[in-house]
Design a protein around this ligand. Structure first.
Ligand code: FMN
Length: 337
């Protein structure tokens, strides 16, 4: 049972799309922004070493103005590196910084960051203090705990320790990270979800902004969270069914009608035209499978997207996609499906 926390305005509640490696790249984010003007977007996790030692950091940092509000998610364990990267983020115009304390992948564990930082709250405190030095808002995205240890007091101490270093915003993926024996994908399914722990956190630490993440797939369940916490972050469901974000905006009173997929596609074509031949079709098409989620034209749409070739630019491919959408929708009307 969710208890009401006393705040009446849904306008001040945050809806965000989770950072997802290999999924929420800039083209995906542009597409999601067309569908949902009000949600907060996050970059994929970028490591401080990729930004400081990599050959082409700009490739990771660049984004379109339309993507605002946009948060840069970082992975790393070195406060000095965080300080430098925070400067780069400020120069690029990001709206905030987020520290990844939730990723359980073996590669990330080798670097001793991501979810294993849950065991090092003092280091996380140093990292957020370094990130916050230039004034950009800082948040931490973390898990409930590590492996089989299920102790709410440990979670609360973690959050209190990090909050004491100046972080005011916590995004909680509401399950533990099991560091051994579970792939990252299984780590998003197997450890049990405990939304009630996140609700308790907000109740115990009401001065903090607490956002809940993990397992939200429908509007009613996600909307119910706003009675107990300040924000809801949606990951996989937002990618596979992006119109869910517009449905959430409607439920929050931020819009009336849902966007027309053909209008979204037209706007995406304008975006792709600005890139010309530098944007091959598959770099955009791969993110568009969810556009017709649950609709009768979905099968034809998937088959079309699967034909994208790197030899065609995205604008030209999407123009053909728009014709297909028009044709399918006409057939549906004509045949009364
Ligand atoms: C393909 C994929 C990549 C992900 N990459 C990241 C990442 O870079 N940083 C991060 O904090 N979480 C990452 N996650 C986890 C999500 O941000 C989110 O916490 C998780 O999927 C649970 O939310 P959901 O049930 O709404 O999907 C990833 C998830 C997926 C599916």
């Amino acid at each position: 049972m969710i208890e009401f926390n006393g705040s009446t305005s849904t306008q001040e509640k945050t809806l965000s799309v989770a950072p997802m490696l290999d999924w929420t790249d800039r083209h995906c984010r542009y597409f999601l922004r067309l569908i949902c003007p009000s949600c907060v977007l996050y970059t994929e996790m970028i490591t401080t070493s990729a930004l400081l030692l990599g050959r082409d950091p700009e490739r990771f940092l660049e984004f379109s103005n339309a993507e605002h509000p946009l948060i840069l998610q970082l992975g790393g364990d070195d406060p000095a590196a965080m300080r430098m990267v925070a400067g780069m983020a400020l120069a690029h115009g990001y709206d905030g910084l987020n520290l990844n304390v939730g990723c359980p992948s073996p590669r990330v564990q080798k670097g001793r960051f991501g979810a294993c930082l849950m065991a090092a709250p003092d280091l996380v405190a140093d990292l957020v203090a370094a990130l916050g030095e230039n004034g950009l808002p800082v948040s931490v995205k973390h898990r409930l705990g590590l492996d089989r240890e299920e102790d709410y007091a440990v979670l609360r101490t973690f959050v209190e320790t990090v909050a004491a270093a100046g972080c005011r915003h916590f995004i909680v993926h509401a399950r533990n990270a099991w560091l051994k024996g579970l792939s990252p994908a299984k780590n998003r399914e197997v450890p049990p979800l405990r939304w009630d722990w996140v609700h308790q956190l907000k109740k115990d630490l009401p001065h903090l902004t607490v956002e809940i993440n993990g397992g939200f797939r429908d509007v009613a369940t996600a909307m119910a969270q706003f009675a107990a916490v300040d924000g809801v972050m949606i990951g996989r469901a937002a990618y596979h069914h992006p119109m869910l974000l517009a449905e959430m905006e409607r439920a929050l009173g931020r819009r009336e009608a849902l966007p027309d997929p053909r209008v979204i596609l037209r706007e995406l074509i304008e975006y792709a035209e600005r890139w010309g031949d530098t944007l091959p079709a598959p770099r955009v098409s791969r993110h568009l499978h969810g556009l017709r989620f649950g609709e009768s034209g979905a099968g034809a749409w998937h088959r079309f997207l699967d034909t994208a070739e790197t030899t065609e630019n995205a604008a030209s491919f999407l123009r053909r996609g728009l014709l297909l959408l028009r044709r399918t929708d006409q057939n549906i009307v004509t045949h009364g499906q």
